[in-house]
Write a protein that binds this ligand. Sequence first.
Ligand code: FES
Length: 318
Amino acid sequence: MIHGSRLAVRVTVKTEVVPGICVVELRHPLGEPLPVFAAGAHIDVALPGGHIRQYSLCNSPAERHRYLLGVLDQPGGRGGSRSMHQEVHIGDVLTISEPRCHFALHEGASESVLLAGGIGITPILAMAEHLSMRGRSFSLDYFARSAGTAAFLDRISGAAWAGQARTHFDDQGGAELGAIIGAPHAGKHLYVCGPPGFLGAALDAARRLGWNEARLHREYFSNETAGAGGGAFGVQIASTGKIIQVAPEQSIAAALEIEGIVVPTSCEQGVCGTCITRVLAGSPDHRDLFLTDEEHAANDCMTVCCSRSTSPLLVLDL
Ligand code: FES
C-alpha cells in the first residue's frame, strides 16, 4: 500500500553506477516541482511486479525538480529491487508516495557524525548536502566492501563537502568505528544507515563510549529476523472482542486482513514503523528493528507486520 498522497513521476535517468547498484532519477511528467523533502526522507514506489518498496532520496533536499534513488539489486531478496533493476526503464511512469521522514536530522545539533554502510549511503548523502548548505559541522564515513562496489564515489569526491568525507573499504583493512564516532557531547548526534550488522556494531561502539540513546539515530534497510516463524497464537480486537487466530507462518497483519481489518503496512519487515499498533494485554515477541529497547520492554505497542507473541493471546487496540 502506498501511504498518503500519490504522485505520478517519470523515470528520466536509470544508470548502473557500479555492478548491482542503479541510480534512478524521477521527475514530474510535466516538469512541475516535486513536493519538498527532508534530508533522510524516503518514498514508497509501486513497482511493475506489484511490489511497493521504500527508497531513500539521495539528492539534495534543496532540489525540487527531481528525486534521486540508489537501488541495490538483491537477487535473493523479496523481488522489489529486482523489479526496479529489470522491469523499470527510462520513460516509464511510476506511482510513488510523497516523501516521509523517519530518519530526520536533529536541527539543534552542533556536530553530526554520519556513518553509511553500503547502500545505506543514500539518505546519508542527502543529510551531507543539507548540513553543508546550512554550514553545519559534520563528518561522513562511508564503508563498503571495495571501491568497485561503492556507489556515489564520484559524487562524494566532487562535492563541496568532500573534505569532510572518508571512505573505508574492507579490502584495504577495517577502520575502528569507536575512533570515528568519538566521545559524545550534548550537541553531537550520530546518524547511521546500512545493513543490520553494521548498524549494530556502530551503535554498540557509541554506547561503549557513553553516548546517550537520544542522540543515536539509525535507519535499517532490512531485517533478517522479521517474522522468522513461531507458534500459533490469538489476537483479540479490543473494540469488538473478536479473537483471530494467527498461524505459525502467518503475520498478524495478514491474519487481520483476512478478517477485513486492514492495518497499513509498508516495509513488512519491521524497519519502517508504519504498522505500529497499540497492545492492551499480552506479551509481544518483538522482531522489528524500528522500536527502541525501551519501547520493546514497555510492551504497549508492536509492529504487526513481523512481530509475534510469547503469550497465547494479544489484545490489540483496534
Ligand atoms: Fe514497516 Fe511494519 S510495515 S514496520
